[in-house]
Design a protein around this ligand. Structure first.
Ligand code: NAD
Length: 353
């Protein structure tokens, strides 16, 4: 059987994780790469043994009609144009999160996928973690019951990666659009994919990117430089009300004066409250007493494993037609929520989604 030929648009940091996963799958062949930056492109071409290298994705798509699927791993402002070009060229597309800069662009991408009858899925990679599967098993088993409130956080003390991440014209926003998407999506997914009805949001640009600090960062953009622009929020908080009655309280930061970084997710149901951070705990009642149930082992989630799961799932969908875990609608819904948080932060009032 012919291998599925893969094109990658944007060959920076996260593209390497996509490339590693495609390289390990014997059904795939990494066929062509595209990046605006010739140095980044040449280095990835050498590392992955790919000769078809392009600065322009339209040329890559035109000259290689045999490409079957494309990963879009550019900065956020290029997601919509690159994904739409690939869909119009008849390719299946896995686009990194966030889907686009806003809901209008995301809706255009969804239309392009429908028009061309091609797969469009979004990199909500946390859905592929073993921790997500475990929480889902507890929810499906009835341990949580009706979920009516949730709390999620993705907080960094000094974690703006620099480069395009702080430049609104390329990122569309700060930690909300970069980090918040992961935890908002996970809560929404685990709660049965309700739609948002209203949002109250607040954003702040107080500490900015703390570029003057010498302290090391966990994630640094390949484009970080002393000339970095920072015109996005550094902290965002929001209350999101969904059509199933659930309310999600979310907070996310690039920079914040607190002790240390943390990520957490808590879902509160009528039968139990479940927490992931990273060990799974269930808070419930048993035989007339309050009782805490802990997983008897740490729930380990590796970066490589979740991406490998995501890429395998995408490849399965392309080759076998198996159902997608993340639909274009999920991406559009997320962009509507983010647009509403930013609109509410600007107006100071609740916004209907
Ligand atoms: N799922 C995750 O956990 C996760 C983690 C990190 C990044 N991401 C997402 O992946 C995307 C890329 O992030 P990154 O950290 O790899 O950034 P990066 O800066 O390392 O790489 C982005 C690359 O895209 C290239 N590019 C931009 N516009 C282009 C265009 N029109 N044509 C060709 N190449 C273009 C740039 O030259 C750059 O090399 C972002 O959308 C980010 O949100 C997702």
């Amino acid at each position: 059987m012919d291998k599925l030929k893969i094109g990658i648009i944007g060959t920076g940091n996260i593209a390497a994780v996509h490339l590693d996963a495609y390289r390990k799958d014997p059904r795939c062949e990494i066929y062509a790469l595209c990046d605006l930056d010739p140095k980044v492109l040449a280095a990835k071409g050498e590392q992955y043994g790919v000769k078809r290298l392009y600065a322009d994705y339209n040329a890559m798509l035109k000259e290689n009609p045999e490409i079957g699927a494309v990963s879009v791993c550019t900065w956020n402002s290029a997601h919509a144009p690159a994904a739409i070009a690939a869909l119009n060229a008849g390719k299946h597309v896995l686009c990194e999160k966030p889907m686009a800069m806003n809901a209008r662009e995301a809706a255009e991408m969804k239309k392009a996928a429908e028009r061309n009858k091609k797969i469009l899925t979004i990199g909500f990679v946390r859905r592929f973690g073993s921790d997500c599967a475990m929480v889902q098993d507890f929810i499906n088993g009835g341990s949580v019951g009706e979920i009516y409130y949730a709390k999620a956080a993705y907080i960094r003390r000094n974690g703006c990666p620099g480069g395009w991440f702080g430049d609104k014209s390329r990122s569309g926003g700060g930690p909300l659009i970069d980090l918040g998407v992961h935890v908002i999506d996970l809560v929404r997914y685990l709660a049965g994919s309700p739609k948002a009805v209203s949002v109250y949001g607040a954003t702040f640009t107080k500490l900015k990117n703390r570029a003057h600090l010498k302290s090391a960062k966990a994630w640094v953009s390949i484009g970080q430089s002393e000339k970095d622009v920072f015109d996005v929020e550094d902290l965002a908080a929001a209350m999101i009300r969904f059509d199933n009655g659930m309310v999600l309280n979310v907070e996310t930061s690039f920079t914040l004066n607190l002790e240390k970084d943390y990520g957490k997710m808590e879902l509160f149901g009528v039968n139990g409250g479940i927490k992931l951070d990273p060990t799974l705990s269930l808070y419930t009642e048993m035989n007339g007493y309050l009782a805490d149930v802990k997983a008897a082992f740490p729930v380990e989630v590796s970066f490589e494993d979740v991406f490998a799961g995501e890429i395998r799932h995408f490849t399965d969908a392309v080759l076998t037609g198996s159902p997608l875990k993340v639909s274009a609608d999920d991406g559009v819904e997320m962009m509507k929520i983010l647009d509403a948080v930013y609109a509410s932060a600007q107006s100071g009032h609740e916004v209907l989604v």
